[in-house]
Design a protein around this ligand. Sequence first.
Ligand code: ATP
Length: 237
Amino acid sequence: SDQPALLDVRDLHTRYGRVEALGGVSVSVPRGHIVSVIGANGAGKTTLMNAVMGLLPSQGTITYAGEDLRTVPLEGRVARGMSLVPERRDLFASMSVHDNLVLGAYSRRRQPWRSDLDGVYHRFPRLLERRSQLAGTLSGGEQQMLAIGRALMARPRLLLLDEPSLGLAPLIVRDILQIVRGLRDEGVTVLLVEQNARASLAISDGAYVLETGQVKLSGPAADLAQHPDLTASYLGS
Ligand code: ATP
């Protein structure tokens, strides 16, 4: 696309002590696209998400909506419309579905959130049915829906999803990825981290393959889905 990207990551480096987790990663996420980052365990996918969100220090350039985020802390990134659904989901297990969702609007301060809550319940009828239930008693798929719903309460422009399919049965994975596609169709831009390469490429516009902290391959998702290196190592054929 000719439009400037909503998120542009250039030459990002991150280390844990002496371990270099990202060794110069560049990723571009055009507005209105789903871009997936795929790769094996330990490739650096979660590190990339956390660095983009400002949870980890990094070197390199992170540009969001044309602004250099170098001096913008986590809260500022949330206020600008970036919302992360972490791999562990980080729900409040002993609080109700409803209360978890309301907390998702915390960054909005006193702005009304009632209509956003209605919107989330409309999108996830299962959460409406279970709104008084404690989050910790939900199934894995329902917990992932709640984590996404909570992120939506912040009205994100850029949704960062870290392995939403982790631990879920294949049919539920399909439901969750269809929901992600629906959000993209409504104008949310998505950076999606997945180990489930085939399923994530199927809903993505662009994709990057990360290997030991470096971009190994990148391109349109449809092209990568046909790439021989990828079919051998990630797509199980
Ligand atoms: P996974 O799918 O297992 O989450 P990943 O692709 O997200 O893998 P990261 O979790 O980003 O990979 O890890 C990248 C590298 O950094 C790995 O070598 C990992 O062992 C290392 N690493 C991650 N977190 C830490 C940490 N807190 N301290 C030290 N090393 C870490």
